[in-house]
Design a protein around this ligand. Structure first.
Ligand SMILES: [Fe+2]
Ligand SMILES: [Fe+2]
Length: 474
């Protein structure tokens, strides 16, 4: 399905034939652009950036590359092509036709799900807005901006649903998506992780690896929704999300590679010596990883959740890759979760599978996170270094669910408050770590050049060389 670029708002949803919706979105558009100028990438709005834009939603056309200024990016509304006679794939409504309109009884729940997803998209742009000033290369700068414009488009995707299907309250929610801001004391973003500052590029790579991956799993769950417009919207967003995780995955891999080079040159694994040479020592990397992984785990919600059960039962939010499961109803099935036993140990608890859906999705997420860690470790092993990166226990540093407030080490051991306080400096980034990483953050904008703390990428974007001038500064 081709996207109509003649429209003010490029789309493949027939916006031209729906005057009311078109007017509503055209009223929202200037507010979005104001938000982009104020809260989007700081300092580069006039730069020419090599960006990809979707021109159709099929495999061929969704990524057309060209040079443009970010405010001229064609944020549009693109849904994956419909599946004929699509049925609801799970829950109590299994096998009934998917909804093309919002079912009245699910209206407020669906709106809440869409708003919560929508809120994360502009939040991440806000979190990352200062990073351009300290980019390690033009290649990385371009990737940052690609991620940013696409998160902007994901906001459009959610705002389309609110405007098209939720009437007046949908329009109000769309306004509020531009009024809440990441880290704002009075009007913060809805979810905790999206209020964490991203002040350096190591945070950015951790965020795009771990937090964008949470996004992947949320979108995969919503792509199963019985509400067909939501499912199709999320399916298309997933194609863009893959690049965001690629940025994180390869970003961390390049930091690791550079660190190993420096360790080899110096013949030491002493963090101080490595830092003095301008690279990031592996223990610091591990602490950043611990922080962002544990923060992202909370985004999946409580292990036992009646909300999750009712989303599943009513066909609103499924499991990622629902078709791979045998039992799509999950009415009598059970799940086992780990909970603190209140005596310093761990016990297991059996609950209805539907109530354990968050844990099911979180488990799939953790397995996905492990793939990259294994890849990074292969490079570490090859270098003959004994210190590997690991994912901390899912019980570590949780603020939501059964493990919230329980003192658990990265290995998963429950410890006393005192032991936790003693260990924390080795487990999570300290002020000193953050100040050190910050001290490395200097802008490098000579084509092909890289900051000293990160190795060059294996290849450029879209078959271009690494030396290509991905961002032309004015
Ligand atoms: Fe997104
Ligand atoms: Fe993303």
């Amino acid at each position: 399905m081709t996207i109509d670029y003649l429209e003010r708002i490029p789309n493949n949803v027939g916006l031209g034939e729906n005057r009311m919706l078109q007017r509503a979105l055209e009223q929202w558009q200037p507010k979005f652009l104001d938000w982009w100028r104020e809260m989007g990438p700081s300092g580069f709005q006039a730069a020419d950036v090599y960006l990809r834009t979707a021109t159709s939603v099929d495999a061929k056309g969704w990524a057309s590359y060209g040079v443009l200024k970010m405010p001229d990016y064609r944020w549009g509304i693109f849904l994956a092509d419909p599946t004929q006679d699509r049925m609801i794939g799970f829950g109590d409504e299994f096998g009934k036709p998917a909804w093309q309109q919002v079912p009245g009884e699910h209206r407020s729940t669906l709106r809440r799900l869409i708003v919560t997803q929508g809120d994360t998209e502009p939040a991440s742009v806000e979190q990352q807005r200062m990073l351009g000033h300290t980019c390690p290369s033009l290649y990385d700068l371009r990737n940052l901006f690609q991620v940013n414009v696409e998160e902007g488009r994901h906001l459009w995707a959610m705002v389309y649903l609110l405007h098209a299907y939720f009437g007046r309250d949908g329009r109000e929610e769309a306004e509020e998506l531009l009024q809440r801001h990441s880290g704002d004391r009075d009007k913060p973003r809805i979810l905790g992780t999206f209020n964490e500052p991203i002040t350096d590029w190591l945070c950015f790579f951790m965020f795009t690896y771990f937090t964008d991956r949470d996004g992947k799993f949320q979108l995969k769950s919503l792509a199963e929704s019985g509400f067909d417009p939501l499912a199709r919207t999320c399916q298309f967003m997933l194609t863009e999300e893959a690049h965001h995780m690629f940025v994180g995955d390869t970003g961390i891999a390049r930091v690791v590679r550079r660190t190993l080079e420096v360790m080899k040159e110096l013949g030491t694994d002493d963090p101080e010596a490595i830092r003095k040479a301008g690279a990031i020592d592996l223990p610091t990397l591990q602490r950043y990883l611990n922080f962002w992984f544990s923060s992202s785990l909370d985004l999946f919600g409580s292990e036992s959740s009646s909300n999750a059960a009712s989303y599943f039962a009513s066909g609103l939010k499924g499991r990622p890759d629902e078709s791979q499961y045998e039992d799509h109803i999950a009415r009598d099935a059970t799940a086992t979760i780990e909970v603190p036993d209140g005596k310093g140990g761990i016990s297991s608890e059996t609950l209805p599978l539907r109530n354990g859906m968050n844990e099911t999705v979180r488990g799939a997420y953790v397995r996905d996170c492990e793939i990259g860690v294994k890849r990074w470790n292969r490079v570490v092993q090859k270098a003959g270094v004994g210190r590997e990166l690991t994912l901390p226990s899912t019980r570590f540093r949780r603020s939501i669910g059964a493990w919230a407030g329980v003192h658990v080490t990265p290995e998963g051991r429950i410890v006393s408050r005192e032991e936790w306080d003693r260990g924390i400096g080795a487990w999570l980034p300290t002020e000193g770590d953050r100040a050190f990483v910050q001290s490395l953050m200097h802008q490098v904008v000579e084509p092909g050049k890289m900051a000293a703390w990160i190795a060059p990428p294996d290849r450029g974007i879209n078959n271009l060389t690494i030396e290509y001038e991905y961002v032309h500064l004015q």
